[in-house]
Design a protein around this ligand. Structure first.
Ligand code: FAD
Ligand code: NAP
Ligand code: SF4
Length: 674
């Protein structure tokens, strides 16, 4: 037994696929990065995937590649249809193979989710998340789509990929054929279950026949649709058995359609919250099964395998956060893993904004060629003031590059605002970022002066000074704001202040939403996964098609009112892929949203506002101020006055629209420039 298998015996077990074998049970799941469509994208992807292969991933699956134009996710997204494209793909496959890795290309036909007027589906039914209504495929169109899938797989093989993943889940074209919800056809491709699964079976059969036996075919099967009129469990099992018969090598798990109103990967989904789904399938087929969703640390992955949930685990975002995840786990360096916190802010939210993905905790992700790590040419003495996300990122990067770094932190703990953020229900993953930085600060020998507020005099002996003094909560100037029942969010989150049964939250930004969730949270004895599934209406028994049931929401512990002056939708600036979850969560808990208000005054009875030219009292016991932040600049101003040069990053540089992504990216950039 080697070091890795003694530590994680299941995770580091090779997997024999007959004609080939994988060195461990870790699959890097498919994820669109946006590099696919960028200038020089293939070189950049080669470096991105190459680093993950060098980091020890057992099998990589690329982002989705369309088999034809109708299958584009968006106009001109990547498709593979001609041998002229092979040299580009070979940049990726050669690089991965040179690092000792294996890579499959995902074939994704977006079906009615295609964001363009050419999109097609089994029936002409518009998806609720798309403004384009699809064209219904003709029988001839179905046949030619199957040919396009096959041709795409053959070209992938010629490009050097070790196999393909056929994307059959998440509500894309194949899934649309399978589900009654979206397949209303009356020909051989619709109606009975047998007819509805003909399309995926023909695709896999055809690829296997033409590509040969020594080619990996992963089929991503939607095991839990989470939409009304989705598949029953019996149908899911039957499809898996048929997929095995027509030649798939591995079955991967898909959870939830994109239009499902149940969170499936966001940070508030408990770790390994859906591995039970794959576990139900174990023993039904004889080919390896992969489980997925919110697996982000080695012990979570090992536990899923040890408990017999699957033969392999898939992780996608954790490899954006840390390309060396596998080698670190294998060599007992788990504490060095930069953990994916499931925020979606820099990965999926970027993709929705048509920007290439990166990672909040790892700004080098997908920028490997643009901002490579380089050791410093001259060692400098660097002072970093403030150990919030910006300061920690700066100190660790500068020290890793070889500088001699001192990090000052006024608080008695590292973390800045992340110390508050991790107290929000569903944001406990933020503690992993703190653990990571704590460990890296020590590992790289940063001289940490904790519980010490730096002064101008402390900074006289350094070659470079970086101000990362962050932000302080903004107070409001409403008459009565000085009363005892008016408190700042920071004091509520640290427990310095308590609130009553009826609470007004002033400010409906990210922190106002988080505060409302905090105020509504109740401790429970239930295990977190059961509690999550019950509150979001997921039925482990699949009593109804799609695995949904009526959510069971406990009575809210208090009355919460959320206010903003703008007339726009509350939480309009929350992330595209998570904002809907936060809004729905608060709505389900009876939060009253107030928009377009003017704050008049506060007295012992509550908050006086004017809305639509009408003055009124909202009777509450406590008022929590979440009115944004201001930069903490007292020391920076002193340096300025004394003519001392410094760099400035994170919230200290600009408080407006600050988030941790910007803070960490700026910390890293400045450290790279020293
Ligand atoms: P800060 O975090 O403010 O850190 C500054 C540090 O400097 C502090 O620790 C302070 O004590 C120290 N300091 C100041 N002056 C001195 C001095 N003279 N000497 C020594 N030390 C000094 N962002 C997201 O991206 N996603 C989220 O989901 C998210 N959720 C949040 C939830 C909550 C409840 C809160 C409060 C914030 C959340 N944020 C989130 C925002 C995020 O935490 C901030 O954007 C980030 O912390 C800013 O980092 P920073 O390093 O610039 O400043
Ligand atoms: P924010 O998003 O800018 O929201 C500030 C809120 O305060 C707004 O609703 C604003 O609404 C109100 N406000 C501003 N000035 C005010 C004043 N003088 N009096 C009364 N109300 C005032 O800031 P935040 O909520 O503090 O969040 C800070 C950052 O952390 C955000 O930029 C966000 O990116 C990040 N964060 C993200 C998440 C996440 O889930 N992704 C969660 C938490 C925080 P009106 O001006 O309309 O009244
Ligand atoms: Fe994970 Fe957030 Fe990074 Fe995406 S941006 S990979 S969710 S930490």
């Amino acid at each position: 037994m080697n070091d890795a298998t003694s530590r994680y015996p299941h995770l580091f077990q090779p997997l024999d696929l007959g004609f080939t074998s994988l060195k461990n049970r870790i699959l890097m799941g498919s994820m669109h990065t946006g590099l696919e469509e960028e200038k020089d994208g293939f070189h950049r992807m080669a470096e991105y995937y190459g680093q993950r292969a060098a980091g020890g991933v057992g099998l990589i699956v690329t982002g989705g590649v369309a088999p034809n134009r109708a299958g584009w996710v968006a106009p001109f997204s990547l498709r593979l249809h001609s041998s002229t494209q092979l040299p580009n793909h070979r940049l990726i496959t050669d690089r991965v193979h040179n690092e000792g890795g294996k890579i499959c290309m995902q074939i994704l036909h977006s079906g009615r989710y295609g964001y363009h007027p050419l999109c097609v589906a089994p029936s002409r039914l518009k998806a609720p998340v798309n403004r384009f209504r699809p064209w219904a495929l003709s029988e001839k169109g179905i046949r030619s789509t199957i040919d396009d899938f096959t041709q795409c797989a053959l070209l992938a093989r010629e490009s050097g990929y070790d196999g393909v993943e056929v994307m059959g889940s998440e509500g894309y074209l194949i899934n649309e054929f399978i589900a009654q919800k979206t397949n209303k056809r009356e020909d051989d491709w619709g109606g009975s279950f047998e007819n509805r699964i003909r399309f995926p079976l023909e695709i896999v059969r055809s690829i296997r026949e033409k590509a040969g036996q020594d080619f990996i075919i992963i089929y991503r099967l939607s095991m839990l649709d989470l939409v009304k009129d989705g598949s029953t469990w019996d149908e899911v099992v039957l499809l898996a058995k048929e997929i095995e018969k027509v030649g798939a090598t591995i079955i991967n798990t898909g959870i939830g359609w994109h239009e499902a109103r149940v969170p499936t990967i966001a940070t508030m989904v408990p770790r390994a919250g859906f591995t039970w789904v794959t576990k139900r399938m174990m023993g039904e087929v004889n080919i390896p099964l992969v489980t997925t969703n919110r697996i982000n640390m080695p012990e979570v992955a090992e536990k899923a395998l040890a408990e017999g949930c699957a033969d392999m685990v898939s992780m996608a975002r954790p490899f954006l956060a840390d390309p060396d995840w596998v080698v670190k786990a294998a060599t007992g360096r788990d504490a060095e893993i930069n953990t994916c916190i499931g925020c979606n802010q820099a990965c999926l939210d970027h993709i929705f904004k048509r920007k290439s993905a990166t990672c909040l905790v790892n700004p080098r992700a997908c920028r490997e060629t643009e901002i490579p790590f380089t050791p410093a040419e001259i060692t400098k003495k660097v002072a970093v003031v403030g150990a919030g996300p910006a300061g920690m990122a700066c100190a660790v990067t500068a020290a890793a590059r070889g500088h001699q770094v001192t990090l000052f932190e006024a608080n008695d703990q590292l973390g800045g605002q992340f110390l508050l953020a991790r107290n929000i229900p569903g944001k406990d993953e933020f503690s992993e970022t703190l653990r990571y930085y704590r460990h890296e600060i020590e590992r790289h020998g940063v001289d940490l002066r904790i519980g010490y507020r730096a002064t101008k005099d402390d900074l006289s002996d350094y070659d470079e000074i970086v101000m990362a003094s962050g932000v302080v909560p903004r107070n409001v100037s409403i008459p009565g704001a000085e009363l005892n029942h008016v408190v700042l969010y920071s004091d509520v989150l640290t427990g310095a202040e308590t609130v009553g049964d009826r609470v007004a939250v002033i400010g409906a930004g990210g922190i106002g939403f988080d505060m409302a969730a905090f105020l509504l949270h109740q401790e429970s004895n239930q295990d977190p996964i059961s509690e999550f599934l019950s509150e979001w209406g997921v039925d482990r028994e699949y009593t109804q098609r799609g695995g949904l049931r009526v959510p069971l929401i406990p009575a809210a512990p208090r009355e919460v009112h959320l206010f903003q002056r703008k007339k726009t939708k509350p939480g309009a600036n929350l992330g595209k892929t998570t904002g809907w979850i936060h809004r729905l969560e608060l709505k389900k808990n009876g939060v009253k949203f107030w928009t377009g208000v003017e704050y008049l005054s506060i007295d012992e009875n509550g908050l006086w506002i004017s809305q639509n030219n009408e003055d009124r009292l909202v009777a509450v016991d406590s008022i929590v101020i979440c009115a944004g932040q201001e930069s903490e600049l007292s020391l920076a101003n002193e340096l300025e006055e004394a003519g001392i040069a410094y760099h400035i990053i994170g919230g200290a540089k600009e408080a407006a629209e600050l988030d941790a992504q910007r803070a960490i990216a700026q910390g890293t950039e400045v450290a790279d420039s020293l």
